[in-house]
Write a new protein. Structure first.
Length: 131
């Protein structure tokens, strides 16, 4: 690869990392809203729909950010075995894989867009006043 190609590749992986951090913050926001609105059945349906996919992205982010915290030894944050210990960041098509935990980036963009729509529609009926 030429230096310009490596620079673009560095930018791509930096953008992916930034995106993962953003999704991780969305997870924190959803948890905060849940603390305030856990009795709201409509919100809880939204929360349950999106929590697992967002947590999956957060696991990949965690692997990426904590690569020196036992990831080289094949361990996750809780000391369990990684699915693919030698997979330290791969992008094949739309799928980003780190340590065997993979996410389809195109699908996650769609999912976050749908979450935005669902939260926006919910908020029209239940304005977030206590956050």
């Amino acid at each position: 690869m030429q230096p310009a190609e490596l620079s673009r590749l560095d930018e791509l992986f930096a953008d992916i990392h930034f995106y993962f951090n953003t999704v991780s913050n969305i997870q924190k926001i959803l948890l905060k809203i849940k603390q305030i609105n856990s009795a709201d059945e409509e919100f809880m349906l939204i929360y349950k729909k999106y929590l697992k996919p967002i947590q999956k992205i957060d696991i990949v982010r965690d692997h990426l950010e904590h690569i020196t915290d036992n990831r080289f030894k094949g361990k996750d944050r809780k000391g369990g075995s990684l699915k693919e210990p030698n997979m330290l960041g791969s992008l094949f098509g739309d799928v980003y894989n780190f340590c065997g935990d993979a996410v389809n980036l195109k699908d996650t963009f769609k999912m976050i867009s749908e979450l935005e729509t669902d939260i926006s529609n919910w908020d029209k009926e239940n304005p977030l006043r206590n956050i």
